[in-house]
Write a protein that binds this ligand. Structure first.
Ligand code: HEM
Length: 458
Protein backbone atom coordinates (compact mmCIF):
# COMPACT_ATOMS: atom_id res chain seq x y z
CA UNK A 1 0.00 0.00 0.00
CA UNK A 2 1.39 3.42 -0.87
CA UNK A 3 0.85 6.06 1.72
CA UNK A 4 0.07 9.46 0.31
CA UNK A 5 1.67 12.34 2.14
CA UNK A 6 -0.96 15.02 2.11
CA UNK A 7 -0.05 18.68 1.73
CA UNK A 8 0.14 20.55 5.04
CA UNK A 9 -3.11 22.13 6.16
CA UNK A 10 -2.74 25.89 5.62
CA UNK A 11 -3.44 28.44 8.33
CA UNK A 12 -5.74 31.28 7.38
CA UNK A 13 -3.99 34.65 7.35
CA UNK A 14 -4.77 37.35 9.88
CA UNK A 15 -4.81 35.57 13.26
CA UNK A 16 -3.52 37.74 16.13
CA UNK A 17 -2.31 36.76 19.62
CA UNK A 18 -5.02 36.39 22.32
CA UNK A 19 -7.84 36.99 19.83
CA UNK A 20 -7.18 34.54 17.00
CA UNK A 21 -9.50 35.37 14.08
CA UNK A 22 -12.12 37.02 16.32
CA UNK A 23 -11.72 40.43 14.66
CA UNK A 24 -12.49 39.10 11.16
CA UNK A 25 -15.35 37.01 12.49
CA UNK A 26 -17.00 39.76 14.51
CA UNK A 27 -16.65 42.16 11.58
CA UNK A 28 -18.16 39.81 8.98
CA UNK A 29 -18.30 36.14 9.94
CA UNK A 30 -20.12 34.95 6.82
CA UNK A 31 -17.79 36.92 4.55
CA UNK A 32 -14.72 35.60 6.35
CA UNK A 33 -15.80 31.96 6.18
CA UNK A 34 -16.83 32.33 2.53
CA UNK A 35 -13.41 33.82 1.70
CA UNK A 36 -11.73 30.68 3.07
CA UNK A 37 -13.40 28.66 0.32
CA UNK A 38 -11.92 31.01 -2.27
CA UNK A 39 -8.39 31.06 -0.90
CA UNK A 40 -7.74 27.63 0.56
CA UNK A 41 -8.19 23.94 -0.23
CA UNK A 42 -10.16 21.14 1.35
CA UNK A 43 -9.22 22.12 4.91
CA UNK A 44 -7.92 25.30 6.48
CA UNK A 45 -6.99 26.15 10.05
CA UNK A 46 -8.43 29.13 11.87
CA UNK A 47 -8.14 30.20 15.51
CA UNK A 48 -11.22 30.66 17.65
CA UNK A 49 -9.71 29.76 21.00
CA UNK A 50 -5.95 30.49 21.06
CA UNK A 51 -4.07 27.26 21.76
CA UNK A 52 -6.72 25.06 20.11
CA UNK A 53 -6.62 24.19 16.41
CA UNK A 54 -9.90 24.62 14.52
CA UNK A 55 -10.01 23.10 11.07
CA UNK A 56 -12.68 24.33 8.69
CA UNK A 57 -13.55 21.38 6.48
CA UNK A 58 -14.51 22.65 3.03
CA UNK A 59 -14.57 19.62 0.78
CA UNK A 60 -18.05 17.98 0.54
CA UNK A 61 -16.63 14.46 0.64
CA UNK A 62 -14.58 15.22 3.77
CA UNK A 63 -17.61 16.88 5.38
CA UNK A 64 -19.66 13.78 4.66
CA UNK A 65 -16.96 11.54 6.14
CA UNK A 66 -16.74 13.71 9.24
CA UNK A 67 -20.50 13.61 9.83
CA UNK A 68 -21.23 10.01 8.94
CA UNK A 69 -18.20 7.65 9.14
CA UNK A 70 -16.52 9.55 11.97
CA UNK A 71 -19.79 10.68 13.58
CA UNK A 72 -19.86 8.06 16.36
CA UNK A 73 -16.29 8.75 17.48
CA UNK A 74 -16.31 12.55 17.59
CA UNK A 75 -17.42 14.94 20.32
CA UNK A 76 -19.70 17.78 19.33
CA UNK A 77 -17.19 20.57 19.78
CA UNK A 78 -17.21 24.29 20.42
CA UNK A 79 -20.55 25.41 19.02
CA UNK A 80 -22.45 22.83 21.03
CA UNK A 81 -20.36 23.50 24.14
CA UNK A 82 -21.51 27.12 23.98
CA UNK A 83 -25.09 26.02 23.32
CA UNK A 84 -24.74 23.82 26.40
CA UNK A 85 -24.33 26.98 28.51
CA UNK A 86 -28.00 27.56 27.78
CA UNK A 87 -29.37 24.11 27.19
CA UNK A 88 -27.43 22.06 29.72
CA UNK A 89 -26.85 18.46 28.70
CA UNK A 90 -29.33 17.47 25.98
CA UNK A 91 -29.62 15.49 22.76
CA UNK A 92 -27.98 18.27 20.78
CA UNK A 93 -24.91 18.60 23.00
CA UNK A 94 -24.40 14.90 23.82
CA UNK A 95 -22.08 12.47 22.01
CA UNK A 96 -21.53 8.70 22.03
CA UNK A 97 -23.95 6.35 23.82
CA UNK A 98 -25.37 9.18 25.90
CA UNK A 99 -26.54 10.79 22.67
CA UNK A 100 -28.07 7.54 21.40
CA UNK A 101 -30.12 7.21 24.61
CA UNK A 102 -31.27 10.80 24.59
CA UNK A 103 -32.26 10.66 20.95
CA UNK A 104 -34.26 7.47 21.47
CA UNK A 105 -36.31 9.20 24.16
CA UNK A 106 -37.42 11.97 21.81
CA UNK A 107 -37.96 9.89 18.68
CA UNK A 108 -41.65 8.93 19.25
CA UNK A 109 -42.80 12.56 18.94
CA UNK A 110 -41.30 12.75 15.44
CA UNK A 111 -42.84 9.62 13.90
CA UNK A 112 -44.82 9.81 10.66
CA UNK A 113 -48.27 9.35 12.29
CA UNK A 114 -47.59 12.11 14.82
CA UNK A 115 -46.50 14.50 12.12
CA UNK A 116 -49.60 13.75 10.05
CA UNK A 117 -51.67 14.75 13.09
CA UNK A 118 -49.77 18.02 13.43
CA UNK A 119 -50.66 19.44 9.99
CA UNK A 120 -54.10 20.69 10.97
CA UNK A 121 -52.74 22.31 14.12
CA UNK A 122 -49.96 23.99 12.17
CA UNK A 123 -52.46 25.33 9.64
CA UNK A 124 -54.78 26.64 12.37
CA UNK A 125 -51.90 28.46 14.06
CA UNK A 126 -50.85 29.97 10.74
CA UNK A 127 -54.41 31.14 10.03
CA UNK A 128 -54.57 32.76 13.47
CA UNK A 129 -51.28 34.54 12.80
CA UNK A 130 -52.48 35.86 9.42
CA UNK A 131 -55.74 37.06 11.03
CA UNK A 132 -53.63 39.28 13.27
CA UNK A 133 -51.67 41.00 10.47
CA UNK A 134 -52.98 44.43 9.46
CA UNK A 135 -53.39 44.85 5.68
CA UNK A 136 -51.53 47.91 4.42
CA UNK A 137 -49.21 47.88 7.46
CA UNK A 138 -45.59 46.90 7.59
CA UNK A 139 -44.80 43.69 9.39
CA UNK A 140 -41.52 42.62 10.95
CA UNK A 141 -41.64 39.29 9.16
CA UNK A 142 -38.83 37.56 11.02
CA UNK A 143 -40.41 38.56 14.35
CA UNK A 144 -43.80 37.29 13.14
CA UNK A 145 -42.25 33.99 12.03
CA UNK A 146 -40.50 33.47 15.39
CA UNK A 147 -43.88 33.92 17.06
CA UNK A 148 -45.59 31.60 14.59
CA UNK A 149 -42.97 28.87 14.88
CA UNK A 150 -43.16 28.98 18.69
CA UNK A 151 -46.95 28.80 18.50
CA UNK A 152 -46.79 25.82 16.14
CA UNK A 153 -44.35 24.03 18.42
CA UNK A 154 -46.45 24.80 21.50
CA UNK A 155 -49.57 23.37 19.87
CA UNK A 156 -47.96 20.26 18.33
CA UNK A 157 -45.07 18.76 20.24
CA UNK A 158 -46.02 20.43 23.54
CA UNK A 159 -49.77 20.27 22.97
CA UNK A 160 -51.60 21.35 26.04
CA UNK A 161 -48.78 21.06 28.54
CA UNK A 162 -46.66 24.16 28.06
CA UNK A 163 -48.96 27.14 27.99
CA UNK A 164 -48.72 30.15 25.71
CA UNK A 165 -47.54 32.39 28.53
CA UNK A 166 -44.52 30.17 29.13
CA UNK A 167 -43.59 30.20 25.47
CA UNK A 168 -44.12 33.97 25.21
CA UNK A 169 -41.90 34.52 28.23
CA UNK A 170 -39.20 32.36 26.71
CA UNK A 171 -39.15 34.32 23.48
CA UNK A 172 -37.39 37.55 24.40
CA UNK A 173 -34.88 35.98 26.76
CA UNK A 174 -34.07 33.28 24.22
CA UNK A 175 -33.13 35.79 21.58
CA UNK A 176 -30.63 37.50 23.94
CA UNK A 177 -29.05 34.15 24.80
CA UNK A 178 -28.89 32.94 21.21
CA UNK A 179 -27.13 36.13 20.12
CA UNK A 180 -24.72 35.63 23.01
CA UNK A 181 -24.04 32.04 21.98
CA UNK A 182 -23.19 33.27 18.47
CA UNK A 183 -20.66 35.76 19.86
CA UNK A 184 -19.15 33.23 22.27
CA UNK A 185 -18.39 30.81 19.46
CA UNK A 186 -16.30 33.47 17.72
CA UNK A 187 -14.57 35.05 20.71
CA UNK A 188 -11.86 33.44 22.83
CA UNK A 189 -13.14 31.96 26.09
CA UNK A 190 -11.43 34.50 28.35
CA UNK A 191 -13.77 37.22 27.04
CA UNK A 192 -16.76 35.46 28.65
CA UNK A 193 -15.23 36.02 32.06
CA UNK A 194 -14.75 39.78 31.68
CA UNK A 195 -17.50 41.55 33.68
CA UNK A 196 -18.92 43.40 30.68
CA UNK A 197 -22.61 44.40 30.47
CA UNK A 198 -23.02 42.02 27.51
CA UNK A 199 -21.89 39.06 29.64
CA UNK A 200 -24.14 40.10 32.51
CA UNK A 201 -27.10 40.37 30.11
CA UNK A 202 -26.32 36.89 28.77
CA UNK A 203 -26.19 35.38 32.25
CA UNK A 204 -29.41 37.10 33.34
CA UNK A 205 -31.30 36.01 30.22
CA UNK A 206 -29.98 32.44 30.47
CA UNK A 207 -31.05 32.25 34.12
CA UNK A 208 -34.48 33.64 33.22
CA UNK A 209 -34.95 31.06 30.44
CA UNK A 210 -33.99 28.20 32.75
CA UNK A 211 -36.23 29.52 35.54
CA UNK A 212 -39.23 29.75 33.20
CA UNK A 213 -38.78 26.25 31.85
CA UNK A 214 -37.95 24.69 35.25
CA UNK A 215 -41.07 26.24 36.72
CA UNK A 216 -43.29 24.87 33.92
CA UNK A 217 -41.78 21.39 34.22
CA UNK A 218 -42.10 21.35 38.03
CA UNK A 219 -45.77 22.32 37.77
CA UNK A 220 -46.44 19.53 35.34
CA UNK A 221 -44.56 17.00 37.41
CA UNK A 222 -46.67 17.97 40.41
CA UNK A 223 -49.97 17.86 38.56
CA UNK A 224 -49.28 14.31 37.33
CA UNK A 225 -51.36 15.10 34.22
CA UNK A 226 -50.74 12.93 31.17
CA UNK A 227 -51.20 15.13 28.12
CA UNK A 228 -49.90 12.50 25.72
CA UNK A 229 -47.32 14.90 24.27
CA UNK A 230 -43.57 15.34 24.33
CA UNK A 231 -43.51 16.57 27.88
CA UNK A 232 -45.51 13.59 29.15
CA UNK A 233 -43.25 11.34 27.16
CA UNK A 234 -40.23 12.74 28.97
CA UNK A 235 -41.96 12.73 32.34
CA UNK A 236 -42.68 9.04 31.97
CA UNK A 237 -39.33 8.08 30.44
CA UNK A 238 -36.63 6.42 32.48
CA UNK A 239 -32.94 7.06 32.16
CA UNK A 240 -31.65 3.87 30.52
CA UNK A 241 -28.40 4.12 32.44
CA UNK A 242 -29.77 4.64 35.95
CA UNK A 243 -33.23 3.08 35.47
CA UNK A 244 -34.66 6.14 37.26
CA UNK A 245 -37.08 8.77 35.90
CA UNK A 246 -35.44 11.74 34.21
CA UNK A 247 -34.71 14.62 36.56
CA UNK A 248 -36.52 17.93 36.15
CA UNK A 249 -33.23 19.39 34.93
CA UNK A 250 -32.83 16.73 32.22
CA UNK A 251 -36.40 17.30 31.04
CA UNK A 252 -35.97 21.07 30.97
CA UNK A 253 -32.80 20.68 28.89
CA UNK A 254 -34.52 18.57 26.24
CA UNK A 255 -37.49 20.92 26.06
CA UNK A 256 -35.31 23.98 25.72
CA UNK A 257 -33.34 22.23 22.99
CA UNK A 258 -36.47 21.60 20.96
CA UNK A 259 -37.72 25.13 21.59
CA UNK A 260 -34.44 26.54 20.26
CA UNK A 261 -33.80 24.07 17.44
CA UNK A 262 -37.41 24.19 16.27
CA UNK A 263 -37.88 27.95 16.16
CA UNK A 264 -34.59 29.70 15.28
CA UNK A 265 -34.30 27.59 12.15
CA UNK A 266 -37.93 27.47 11.02
CA UNK A 267 -38.48 31.19 11.61
CA UNK A 268 -35.51 32.12 9.42
CA UNK A 269 -36.29 29.71 6.60
CA UNK A 270 -39.96 30.80 6.54
CA UNK A 271 -38.94 34.46 6.46
CA UNK A 272 -36.52 33.94 3.60
CA UNK A 273 -39.02 31.89 1.63
CA UNK A 274 -41.69 34.60 1.94
CA UNK A 275 -39.14 37.24 1.00
CA UNK A 276 -38.01 35.35 -2.12
CA UNK A 277 -41.60 34.65 -3.18
CA UNK A 278 -42.49 38.32 -2.73
CA UNK A 279 -39.55 39.37 -4.91
CA UNK A 280 -40.42 37.23 -7.89
CA UNK A 281 -43.89 37.55 -9.47
CA UNK A 282 -43.06 34.52 -11.60
CA UNK A 283 -42.24 32.25 -8.66
CA UNK A 284 -45.25 33.59 -6.78
CA UNK A 285 -47.57 32.84 -9.70
CA UNK A 286 -46.14 29.34 -10.13
CA UNK A 287 -46.72 28.54 -6.46
CA UNK A 288 -50.23 30.04 -6.39
CA UNK A 289 -51.27 28.25 -9.60
CA UNK A 290 -50.15 24.96 -8.12
CA UNK A 291 -52.03 25.61 -4.87
CA UNK A 292 -55.17 26.56 -6.81
CA UNK A 293 -54.97 23.42 -8.96
CA UNK A 294 -54.25 21.00 -6.14
CA UNK A 295 -56.33 22.54 -3.35
CA UNK A 296 -59.11 24.44 -5.11
CA UNK A 297 -60.87 26.32 -2.32
CA UNK A 298 -60.02 24.00 0.52
CA UNK A 299 -57.14 24.35 2.95
CA UNK A 300 -53.95 22.31 2.76
CA UNK A 301 -54.03 18.83 4.34
CA UNK A 302 -51.43 16.18 5.03
CA UNK A 303 -52.26 14.35 1.79
CA UNK A 304 -51.36 17.47 -0.21
CA UNK A 305 -47.83 17.71 1.09
CA UNK A 306 -46.44 15.31 -1.50
CA UNK A 307 -48.53 16.86 -4.29
CA UNK A 308 -46.95 20.30 -4.30
CA UNK A 309 -43.66 19.84 -6.14
CA UNK A 310 -43.29 23.52 -7.08
CA UNK A 311 -43.65 24.67 -3.50
CA UNK A 312 -41.34 21.87 -2.46
CA UNK A 313 -38.68 23.23 -4.84
CA UNK A 314 -39.07 26.72 -3.37
CA UNK A 315 -38.51 25.28 0.11
CA UNK A 316 -35.52 23.27 -1.06
CA UNK A 317 -33.97 26.28 -2.77
CA UNK A 318 -34.52 28.38 0.36
CA UNK A 319 -32.73 25.71 2.40
CA UNK A 320 -29.86 25.88 -0.08
CA UNK A 321 -29.38 29.62 -0.50
CA UNK A 322 -30.42 30.72 2.97
CA UNK A 323 -29.23 27.94 5.22
CA UNK A 324 -29.27 28.77 8.91
CA UNK A 325 -26.08 26.90 9.83
CA UNK A 326 -22.80 28.77 9.66
CA UNK A 327 -20.49 26.85 12.01
CA UNK A 328 -21.40 23.29 12.91
CA UNK A 329 -18.64 21.76 14.98
CA UNK A 330 -17.17 18.43 16.06
CA UNK A 331 -14.03 17.59 18.07
CA UNK A 332 -11.62 14.68 17.78
CA UNK A 333 -11.24 12.62 20.96
CA UNK A 334 -8.50 10.32 19.65
CA UNK A 335 -6.03 10.67 16.76
CA UNK A 336 -8.32 10.57 13.74
CA UNK A 337 -7.85 10.02 10.03
CA UNK A 338 -9.84 12.38 7.84
CA UNK A 339 -9.15 11.79 4.14
CA UNK A 340 -5.37 11.69 3.78
CA UNK A 341 -4.77 13.69 6.94
CA UNK A 342 -4.01 12.50 10.49
CA UNK A 343 -5.68 14.82 12.92
CA UNK A 344 -4.50 14.85 16.56
CA UNK A 345 -6.92 14.36 19.45
CA UNK A 346 -8.48 17.56 20.76
CA UNK A 347 -8.74 19.26 17.35
CA UNK A 348 -11.89 21.20 16.56
CA UNK A 349 -13.48 20.44 13.18
CA UNK A 350 -16.17 22.66 11.67
CA UNK A 351 -18.10 23.18 8.49
CA UNK A 352 -20.30 25.95 7.18
CA UNK A 353 -23.51 24.95 5.38
CA UNK A 354 -24.15 28.55 4.35
CA UNK A 355 -20.85 28.71 2.45
CA UNK A 356 -21.06 25.13 1.17
CA UNK A 357 -24.47 25.76 -0.40
CA UNK A 358 -23.15 28.92 -2.10
CA UNK A 359 -20.03 27.38 -3.59
CA UNK A 360 -19.93 28.15 -7.36
CA UNK A 361 -18.14 24.87 -8.00
CA UNK A 362 -21.05 22.96 -6.49
CA UNK A 363 -24.01 25.07 -7.61
CA UNK A 364 -23.89 27.10 -10.82
CA UNK A 365 -24.84 30.75 -10.33
CA UNK A 366 -25.11 30.07 -6.60
CA UNK A 367 -26.40 33.44 -5.40
CA UNK A 368 -29.47 33.32 -7.67
CA UNK A 369 -32.65 32.02 -6.05
CA UNK A 370 -33.72 29.50 -8.65
CA UNK A 371 -36.16 26.77 -7.53
CA UNK A 372 -35.90 25.22 -10.99
CA UNK A 373 -32.37 24.02 -10.32
CA UNK A 374 -34.20 21.19 -8.50
CA UNK A 375 -36.54 20.48 -11.44
CA UNK A 376 -34.63 17.90 -13.37
CA UNK A 377 -33.80 14.67 -11.51
CA UNK A 378 -30.79 14.02 -13.72
CA UNK A 379 -29.41 17.48 -12.98
CA UNK A 380 -30.01 17.05 -9.26
CA UNK A 381 -28.39 13.61 -9.37
CA UNK A 382 -25.31 15.24 -10.87
CA UNK A 383 -24.82 17.56 -7.87
CA UNK A 384 -21.75 16.55 -5.87
CA UNK A 385 -22.72 14.16 -3.05
CA UNK A 386 -22.52 16.00 0.27
CA UNK A 387 -22.94 19.42 -1.39
CA UNK A 388 -26.47 19.92 -0.09
CA UNK A 389 -26.87 19.17 3.62
CA UNK A 390 -29.93 21.03 4.84
CA UNK A 391 -30.44 18.72 7.81
CA UNK A 392 -26.87 17.50 8.24
CA UNK A 393 -25.97 13.80 7.98
CA UNK A 394 -25.04 10.84 10.12
CA UNK A 395 -26.10 10.09 13.68
CA UNK A 396 -26.73 13.75 14.54
CA UNK A 397 -28.88 14.40 11.47
CA UNK A 398 -31.79 16.65 12.36
CA UNK A 399 -34.43 14.72 14.29
CA UNK A 400 -36.98 17.35 13.24
CA UNK A 401 -36.39 17.18 9.47
CA UNK A 402 -39.79 15.76 8.51
CA UNK A 403 -41.51 17.95 11.08
CA UNK A 404 -39.70 20.98 9.64
CA UNK A 405 -40.59 20.27 6.01
CA UNK A 406 -44.22 19.69 6.97
CA UNK A 407 -44.30 22.92 8.90
CA UNK A 408 -42.65 24.92 6.12
CA UNK A 409 -44.97 23.69 3.35
CA UNK A 410 -48.10 24.01 5.50
CA UNK A 411 -47.27 27.52 6.68
CA UNK A 412 -46.17 28.87 3.31
CA UNK A 413 -49.17 27.34 1.48
CA UNK A 414 -51.53 28.89 4.04
CA UNK A 415 -49.87 32.32 4.13
CA UNK A 416 -49.36 32.99 0.42
CA UNK A 417 -52.98 32.17 -0.42
CA UNK A 418 -54.23 34.78 2.02
CA UNK A 419 -51.70 37.59 1.80
CA UNK A 420 -48.93 38.85 -0.37
CA UNK A 421 -45.96 40.81 0.87
CA UNK A 422 -44.35 43.88 -0.65
CA UNK A 423 -40.82 45.09 -0.08
CA UNK A 424 -39.79 48.60 -1.13
CA UNK A 425 -38.19 48.40 -4.62
CA UNK A 426 -34.45 47.74 -4.51
CA UNK A 427 -34.59 46.71 -0.86
CA UNK A 428 -32.04 43.93 -0.33
CA UNK A 429 -32.17 41.92 2.87
CA UNK A 430 -28.80 40.75 4.11
CA UNK A 431 -28.09 37.60 6.10
CA UNK A 432 -26.83 38.09 9.65
CA UNK A 433 -25.12 35.22 11.46
CA UNK A 434 -25.46 34.99 15.22
CA UNK A 435 -25.97 31.49 16.62
CA UNK A 436 -27.72 30.80 13.30
CA UNK A 437 -27.98 32.73 10.04
CA UNK A 438 -31.13 34.80 9.80
CA UNK A 439 -32.39 37.67 7.67
CA UNK A 440 -31.38 41.11 8.95
CA UNK A 441 -34.22 43.64 9.17
CA UNK A 442 -37.09 42.22 7.12
CA UNK A 443 -40.04 44.64 7.10
CA UNK A 444 -42.66 43.90 4.47
CA UNK A 445 -46.06 45.45 3.78
CA UNK A 446 -49.00 43.06 4.09
CA UNK A 447 -51.58 43.03 1.27
CA UNK A 448 -54.66 40.91 1.67
CA UNK A 449 -55.48 38.56 -1.24
CA UNK A 450 -59.22 38.83 -1.39
CA UNK A 451 -60.16 35.81 -3.41
CA UNK A 452 -59.14 33.46 -6.16
CA UNK A 453 -59.91 36.19 -8.72
CA UNK A 454 -57.18 38.41 -7.36
CA UNK A 455 -54.81 35.45 -7.38
CA UNK A 456 -55.54 34.94 -11.08
CA UNK A 457 -55.18 38.66 -11.93
CA UNK A 458 -51.89 38.73 -10.06
C1 HEM B 1 -35.62 24.28 8.59
C2 HEM B 1 -35.51 23.85 9.81
C3 HEM B 1 -34.35 23.08 10.37
C4 HEM B 1 -33.07 22.97 9.93
C5 HEM B 1 -32.44 23.64 8.72
C6 HEM B 1 -32.37 22.10 10.86
C7 HEM B 1 -31.05 21.72 10.73
C8 HEM B 1 -30.41 20.83 11.57
C9 HEM B 1 -29.08 20.33 11.37
C10 HEM B 1 -28.17 20.69 10.21
C11 HEM B 1 -28.80 19.49 12.40
C12 HEM B 1 -27.51 18.69 12.60
C13 HEM B 1 -26.52 19.39 13.49
C14 HEM B 1 -25.24 18.62 13.64
O1 HEM B 1 -24.71 18.09 12.64
O2 HEM B 1 -24.74 18.53 14.75
C15 HEM B 1 -29.96 19.48 13.26
C16 HEM B 1 -30.04 18.76 14.44
C17 HEM B 1 -31.15 18.79 15.26
N1 HEM B 1 -32.36 19.41 15.02
FE1 HEM B 1 -32.84 20.45 13.40
N2 HEM B 1 -33.24 21.71 11.83
C18 HEM B 1 -34.47 22.27 11.57
C19 HEM B 1 -35.62 22.11 12.29
C20 HEM B 1 -35.73 21.41 13.45
C21 HEM B 1 -36.95 21.23 14.21
C22 HEM B 1 -38.31 21.76 13.78
C23 HEM B 1 -36.64 20.52 15.33
C24 HEM B 1 -37.51 20.06 16.45
C25 HEM B 1 -38.71 20.48 16.72
C26 HEM B 1 -35.21 20.24 15.27
C27 HEM B 1 -34.51 19.56 16.23
C28 HEM B 1 -33.19 19.16 16.09
C29 HEM B 1 -32.48 18.37 17.09
C30 HEM B 1 -33.03 17.89 18.43
C31 HEM B 1 -31.20 18.13 16.57
C32 HEM B 1 -30.07 17.33 17.22
C33 HEM B 1 -30.10 15.92 16.68
C34 HEM B 1 -29.01 15.04 17.19
O3 HEM B 1 -27.91 15.52 17.51
O4 HEM B 1 -29.26 13.82 17.27
N3 HEM B 1 -34.70 20.79 14.12
N4 HEM B 1 -30.93 20.30 12.73
Amino acid sequence: MTLVTPPPIPRAAGSVPFLGHAIQLIRDNLGFIASLRTHYGPMVEITLQPGTRTLIVQDPELIRTMLTDLGPSLDKGRFFEKMGQLLGDSVVTAAGQDHVRKRRQLQPAFGRPQIARYVELMRAETDDAVDGWQPGHRLDVREAMVKLSLDMLAKTIFAGSLDDVTFRRLRDDLSVVMNGVGARVMLPDWMERVPLPVNRRFDAARDAVRATINHAVAELQESGRDTGDMLSLLLHATDEETGRPLTGHQISSEILTLAVAGTETIASVLSWALYEISRSPEIERTVLDELDTVLGDRPVTVEDLSRLPRLDRVVRETLRLHHTGWLVTRRTVTPTRLGDWSIPAGTELAYCQHALHRDPELFPDPLTFDPDRWLDDAQVGAFTPGAFLPFGAGKHKCIGDRFALTELVTAIATIVRRVRFETPPGHEVRPVAQATVRPGVLMMTVRRRNDAAERKDG
